[in-house]
Design a protein. Structure first.
Length: 246
C-alpha cells in the first residue's frame, strides 16, 4: 500500500518535534495520518522544512495564528519552506484522490494567510486547545466524519487499486491496467480526482517508493534513480540522506 513520507526533517535541528497518528479504522480509506509539527522552543535560526511530493491533500492548521488555515497539495516536485523560528502546525493528510470539493479550495505549498473559504477550518483550529496531537485527535476525527457525511471526501477506488499493486507498476500502462481503465480514462480520472496527470502521479509514487529504501522497485537503473531523485528534490539521494531524516 501507499505509505507517503511527506517531509524531510533537518538532521541538524533537534528541537523540532514531528508526530504522526493513525486514524481510526473507519477513516483509513480517506485519511493517511494526523500530523503535528512544532518547535519546543524558539530556534536560533529559521527552520527550512523540506516538503516532499506525495500526491496527498492536506488540511493545514496554524496553532499559533488560529485564523490561518487551508487546504494544500504539493506539485510533482518538492518544496523547501521557511517556517521561521517558532511554529506549531496540526495537519490532516488525506489520501490521494479522496478530496471532492472544487479546486479553488486548494493552494500549493504552505498556507500563510487567514482562511476565507467555506469550510469551518478556523472554528476547528480554535477548538484544538489540548497540549498534544493525541488530545486534538477527537476533534479532527469529527471534522473528517462530517466531510464524509456531506460528500466532501470519498474513498477513491481507482487510486486504491493502484496502491494495492504498486510493486507491479512501472509504467503508465501498468497503472491503467491495475486500475482497470484505458490510458485515456486513467488520464481523465486521475487529473480530476488527484490533480496529477498519470505520468506525474507515477513520478510521485516512484519517489515515495525510493524513500522506503527500495529504488529498484521503481527505477530501471541507479543512474536513472539518481537523476530522477535530484530532479524531484534538488538533492542527490546521498546528500538528501545526510541532510534530512524522513
Amino acid at each position: 500500500m501507499y505509505e507517503p513520507k511527506g517531509n524531510g526533517k533537518d538532521r541538524s535541528v533537534n528541537s523540532v518535534a514531528f508526530v504522526e497518528l493513525e486514524p481510526p479504522s473507519h477513516l483509513r480509506d480517506v485519511v493517511h495520518r494526523f500530523l503535528e509539527l512544532k518547535t519546543a522552543a524558539e530556534l536560533q535560526e529559521d527552520y527550512r522544512f523540506h516538503a516532499l511530493p506525495d500526491a496527498c491533500t492536506y488540511v493545514v492548521l496554524d496553532q499559533l495564528q488560529k485564523d490561518v488555515a487551508g487546504i494544500t497539495r504539493l506539485r510533482a516536485s518538492s518544496e523547501e519552506l521557511n517556517l521561521g523560528r517558532a511554529f506549531h502546525f496540526v495537519n490532516i493528510r488525506f489520501l490521494p484522490g479522496v478530496w471532492q470539493l472544487g479546486r479553488e479550495e486548494i493552494s500549493y505549498g504552505l498556507i500563510e494567510e487567514p482562511y476565507k473559504g467555506k469550510l469551518p477550518l478556523v472554528a476547528l483550529n480554535e477548538g484544538l486547545s489540548g497540549p498534544d496531537l493525541l488530545s486534538s485527535q477527537p476533534a479532527l476525527v469529527r471534522f473528517v466524519e462530517q466531510l464524509l457525511e456531506d460528500g466532501s471526501i470519498i474513498a477513491n477506488p481507482v487510486t486504491q487499486k493502484i496502491f494495492q499493486r504498486m510493486a507491479d507498476i512501472h509504467t503508465v500502462a501498468d497503472m491503467a491496467e491495475a486500475a482497470g481503465l484505458s490510458p485515456r480514462q486513467l488520464q481523465r480520472v486521475l487529473k480530476k480526482t488527484t490533480g496529477f496527470a498519470p505520468h506525474d502521479f507515477l513520478k510521485v509514487l516512484r519517489l515515495q517508493q525510493s524513500l522506503e529504501g527500495e529504488p529498484s522497485l521503481s527505477y530501471a537503473d541507479q543512474s536513472h534513480f539518481i537523476h530522477s531523485f535530484r530532479k524531484a528534490t534538488g538533492y542527490t539521494p546521498a546528500k538528501y540522506a545526510r541532510k534530512f531524516d524522513v
